[in-house]
Design a protein around this ligand. Structure first.
Ligand code: TXA
Ligand code: MG
Length: 313
């Protein structure tokens, strides 16, 4: 499948899914879109396949992975669901919410997936390509975002293809992803905590549970919490109202730039475009990147979270 070092890419469809399932069952890696970002999927029950994810990403092995499941039943065979966890799954699955729950001791998941923790991160994705792949492979799939460790998450197949030259068996291309930001990560607890802000907002979680999720503790529970993450190769300046010499400006609302998150000031559109704009800025001839201010309300909280980490070097 790998011709001249390039990774095989197939447009999403029956043939791509059949080929993807074949790669997964053989212990290989498949880049596949979800509604958030493209994931790098492997058989979560196969330790060697999971090890290949860490190798391909150059990811420190203590960072645990999210397991993608087809159904609530499958999720409950892997983790212990309390009342709050069930309420959240009912409200937001399938969709961009990951739950960190106590792992069942009999869960047939490679321990490398959870990096030795006694908790497991689970999510039921909504994107038909990821759902089809889980069904066709007939097993839960471990999948981090399909970028080299620490880099910008991919929202298009081209982002994956440009960052990986080898190590992947297949890229399934279904165009740009919807949400554009990684899933919200919640530990229902008690205590209820928001480990990573994302498309499902803290307000939405509060509306379901009647409680406000606490901030994650000082201990790093999700590397998405690392100060420097999602980083482009160039320095990045925040809250820019104009471009300085040599800067590529990413605009928002009234601030017009070389690329635009959302000319109309729409935060959902801005989230969907954020990583694509950062990839473009990185590829452009400029020395540095500047980004216009984005209001920290609703999904704007998650956008600002990713921007702060992208700006930290
Ligand atoms: O939207 C998403 O969540 C994407 C798509 C592909 O599903 N995946 C994704 O995976 O963003 P990744 O590996 O880039 O981020 C997973 C995050 C990491 O910050 C990891 O530390 C955290 O989930 N995580 C995984 N298992 C955990 C656990 N048991 N406890 C706390 N955090 C955990
Ligand atoms: Mg990631």
């Amino acid at each position: 499948p790998n011709r001249q070092g390039a990774i095989e890419t197939l447009r999403y469809g029956a043939r791509a899914i059949a080929r993807g399932a074949e790669v997964i069952r053989a212990g290989g890696l498949v880049a596949v879109p979800t509604e958030t970002v493209y994931g790098l999927a492997a058989d979560a029950t196969d330790a060697r396949a999971v090890a290949r994810i860490y190798a391909a990403k150059g990811r420190p092995s203590f960072n645990p992975l999210i397991v993608h499941v087809r159904s609530l039943d499958e999720a409950r065979s892997l983790a212990v669901f309390g009342e709050a966890a069930l309420a959240l799954a009912e409200a937001f699955w399938p969709g961009p919410l990951t739950l960190v729950l106590p792992r069942r001791s009999d869960a047939p998941i490679a321990s490398l997936v959870t990096a030795g923790l006694d908790t497991i991160a689970l999510r039921m994705p909504a994107h038909p390509a990821m759902r089809d792949l889980i069904m066709a492979a007939d097993r839960p799939l471990a999948a981090p975002s399909a970028n080299p460790s620490g880099g910008i998450s991919p929202t298009r197949a081209e982002h994956v293809a440009s960052r990986f030259r080898e190590g992947l068996g297949l890229i399934i291309d279904a165009g740009a992803t919807d949400a554009g930001l990684e899933s919200t990560i919640v530990a229902p607890g008690p205590p209820l905590r928001l480990l990573r802000p994302g498309p499902v907002t803290a307000e939405q979680v509060q509306a379901v549970l009647g409680a406000v999720p606490g901030e994650a503790g000082a201990r790093i529970e999700a590397p998405g919490q690392l100060a420097s993450h999602y980083a482009p190769d160039k320095p990045l300046r925040l809250d820019a109202t104009g471009a300085r010499e040599g800067e590529y400006l990413i605009g928002f609302g009234d601030v017009a730039g070389d690329a635009q998150l959302s000319a109309g000031g729409d935060l959902v559109e801005a989230a969907a475009r954020l990583f694509d704009c950062l990839h473009r800025a990185d590829a452009a001839g400029s020395r540095a990147i500047a980004v216009a201010p984005v209001p920290a309300v609703g999904i704007g909280v998650a956008i600002n979270d990713r921007l702060r980490r992208a700006a930290t070097r």
